[in-house]
Write a protein that binds this ligand. Structure first.
Ligand code: NAD
Length: 279
């Protein structure tokens, strides 16, 4: 089994740096896909209430026989459940679907700034953690103003910010703020969601060829060496294997710098939604 490195979070817990994400994995396909991921050696699964596949994740975990403390499971609070006691109901529903009595990490999925209730949602997650329903808590798609607001209001710093991050969209403003505040970065869409020809970019292809790996492996390796937590998604067993088989080579400083230079620093490399516009 691959020895995936652990990253230590600001609450002293650890998270496997490489996992498996199940966005857009159809509910009927999820148990099989997650079972194959667990067989391949993945121990960190990233899901969300809105993905509609928590039951499949739970079924695969239950069938695996893997001890609970060897698994790391993340789910997320959806945007229409920030108000009142809705977050308490939402985590209860997620746990029931997952067949778990706690998740390892619970995230506020998007700030939804037009509703402006994410501070309340964050306060609720603090309570959820205190009750042991989530071991660690964090946020997703939070930009610096959103992070500043929740930390100023509560004094509780999220353990992670899960943001769209790949070579064309490196989010330096957020990542620098996060580093200064001991927040780890989880890179979603680490392969650009297949929405642009990342693998055909010459410096990516050259780095891959220099190490005898695929362009996808070179990009995942770039994330790991940058310190990002990643969970690329595929429903194909051979790609599950390929995406975890990234520990036997190291990109050189020059290769890292060449991929760093692919960033569209004006933000134009974003392939999905801007956090201020998801409401
Ligand atoms: P991704 O960058 O992981 O891209 C997935 C696509 O890349 C797949 O559909 C597949 O076509 C392709 N791919 C995967 N492995 C490949 C390989 N070895 N070779 C060639 N192509 C390959 O995008 P994603 O799924 O959006 O992101 C990963 C995870 O991040 C998600 O599954 C989810 O868990 C999380 N996520 C979170 C948010 C959020 O708002 N918090 C949003 C999107 C995704």
């Amino acid at each position: 089994m691959p020895q995936i490195p652990n990253i230590t979070l600001n609450d002293g817990r650890t998270i496997p740096q490489l996992g498996y994400g199940v966005f857009k994995v159809a509910p009927a396909e999820t148990e099989r896909a997650v079972s194959e991921a667990l067989e391949t050696g993945y121990r960190h699964i990233d899901t969300a209430a809105i993905y509609g596949n928590e039951e499949g994740v739970g079924a695969a975990i239950a069938a695996s026989g893997i001890p609970r403390d060897e698994l790391f499971v993340t789910t997320k609070l959806w945007n229409d459940r920030h108000d009142g006691d809705e977050p308490d109901a939402a985590i209860a529903e997620s746990l029931e679907k997952l067949g778990l009595d706690r998740v390892d990490l619970y995230l506020v999925h998007w700030p939804t700034p037009a509703k402006d209730n994410y501070v309340h949602a964050w306060e609720k997650l603090i309570g959820i953690r205190e009750r042991g329903l989530a071991t660690s808590i964090g946020v997703s798609n939070f930009l610096v103003p959103h992070l500043e607001k929740i930390v100023a209001a509560t004094g509780v710093v999220p353990v992670v910010d899960q943001i769209e991050l790949h070579p064309a969209h490196q989010q330096r403003t957020v990542t620098e703020w996060a580093a200064a505040h001991d927040i780890r970065i989880e890179a979603w869409g680490p392969l650009g969601q297949g929405k642009y020809d990342l693998f055909g970019v010459p410096v990516v292809a050259e780095a891959a060829s220099a190490h005898g790996v695929t362009p996808a492996q070179a990009v995942i390796r770039w994330h790991l060496q940058k310190g990002h937590i990643v969970f690329p998604k595929s429903v194909r067993r051979e790609r599950l294997q390929e995406n975890i088989d990234v520990l036997g080579f190291t990109l050189t400083d020059a290769e890292l710098a060449a991929i760093d230079a692919l960033d569209h620093t004006d933000g134009s490399g974003r392939v999905s939604s801007h956090p201020d516009e998801v409401n």
